[in-house]
Design a protein. Structure first.
Length: 258
């Protein structure tokens, strides 16, 4: 659809493929970082904005979001039309059970990570996130790390370092409602200084090499941590290989903050 191509061209958003993904198994894409909203994830995994199907024929991705997003009229209909599904365990299982070529994309850092979305940074909430790895092992799914350079750069967020009053309020809100409210701004239609539109800054989603896992119904904690280690190593490889190309203006290196 031309609208989504124009949507991707606005930033512009693009994808970089590192390896073929044969459609002989299901896949789980882990997307990083969350950003304020995850526009790169929308362009690549919920639409054909960056031409996913041309790069990965036979793979049908479903971007996942909070179940609460399906309670809002009209918005619910839009995301359902795009094939976006709930991030609940039941929803993930139903998709992966469809077999070879089925795929889900999980924005791993979730709501907590959106509070860390500041331009020039890549602070990831990942160390305690083992649920998606367990899903991959249980379904024998290929586990594919994705790092989206520029995702954190398209909005500016009010300073909310840990320990500040704003951060404490935002965390309490998250605990109560399950999602966060980052205080951010971008540009408007006519000015570049303030507004809610995202800035036109490039987003490049590097889709890494798949980590193939042995299918197990009940993986142990040690097995989960072993696969997580491989996953983090691949994610760090992507960052180190491309940071001087796509993150030249970074303020600091990628960090695992939780």
């Amino acid at each position: 659809m031309i609208f989504w191509k124009l949507f991707a061209d606005y930033y512009p958003a693009s994808l970089k493929k590192e390896a073929d993904l044969p459609p002989d198994r299901p896949y789980i894409f882990g997307y990083h970082p969350h950003g304020i909203i995850g526009m790169g994830a929308m362009a690549t995994f919920a639409t054909e904005g960056t031409g996913f199907s041309k790069h990965f024929p036979g793979i049908s991705p479903h971007l996942l979001t909070l179940a609460s997003n399906f309670n809002t009229p009209i918005y619910r209909d839009v995301i359902l039309h795009l094939g976006i599904c709930s991030v609940s365990k039941e929803s993930c299982t139903n998709i992966l059970k469809k077999g070879p070529g089925s795929a889900i994309c999980i924005v791993v850092g979730g709501a907590a990570e959106s509070l860390s979305a500041h331009p020039g940074t890549a602070d990831l909430t990942l160390r305690k996130r083992l649920g998606f790895i367990k899903l991959a092992i249980q379904h024998g799914a290929g586990l594919v790390p994705v790092f989206s350079f520029g995702e954190n750069d398209i909005w500016n967020q009010l300073s909310n370092e840990k320990g500040t009053t704003l951060y404490k309020i935002q965390k309490k809100f998250q605990s109560a409602f399950g999602f966060t409210l980052p205080i951010f701004h971008g540009r408007s239609l006519f000015t570049y200084n303030f507004g809610l539109l995202p800035y036109r800054r490039p987003i490049v989603s590097v889709i890494g090499r798949p980590i193939n896992v042995e299918k197990r119904e009940n993986p142990t904690k040690e097995q989960l941590e072993e696969v997580q280690k491989l996953y983090i190593e691949e994610l760090m490889r992507i960052w180190n290989e491309y940071k001087d190309v796509y993150a030249k203006d970074r303020r600091r290196e990628l960090q695992l903050i939780d």
